[in-house]
Design a protein around this ligand. Structure first.
Ligand SMILES: [Zn+2]
Length: 134
């Protein structure tokens, strides 16, 4: 059914920011071009209703999209008090929490040999010296 000027049509009103009843004001080749909002009497180009209410919301789950970095994963559930100050003379075990004066908090990921270890810091993985007496 083609609309005629004066017909009622449901559309989106940019002023009301809602789907409102409109009256057709101008037609172009049988399609609605301009409408008058019955709520605010604003005349504007016809816009399709935005199916408010039960419209499917496609919310992007940003939090889950972003993969946690290894540092955040390693730090999860750790207590600040656990952290030991880093010193190259100290001996550490995998999973130990350390506090480095420059890199901050880190977790020992892997012992490499007896004097080196892989530590994950916020900046990334670093190879640290440990268990060395100089
Ligand atoms: Zn309106």
């Amino acid at each position: 059914m083609p609309y005629v000027v004066g017909s009622e049509i449901k559309g989106y009103c940019t002023k009301c920011k809602d789907d409102t009843k409109h009256t057709v004001k101008e037609l172009v080749k049988d399609s609605v071009r301009k409408v008058t909002c019955s709520e605010c009497e604003h005349v504007h180009v016809y816009r399709q209703p935005r199916k408010s209410g039960k419209a499917k919301t496609r919310r992007r789950r940003k939090k889950s999209e972003k993969v946690k970095d290894p540092w955040a994963r390693a730090m999860e559930g750790r207590e600040e008090e656990e952290a030991r100050d880093y010193a190259f003379s100290e001996n550490y075990e995998e999973g130990d929490l350390i506090e480095h004066e420059k890199f901050g908090r880190g977790v020992i990921m892997q012992n490499i040999g007896s004097t080196k270890m892989q530590v994950v810091f916020k900046d990334g993985m670093k190879l640290m010296v440990c268990n060395r007496d100089i």
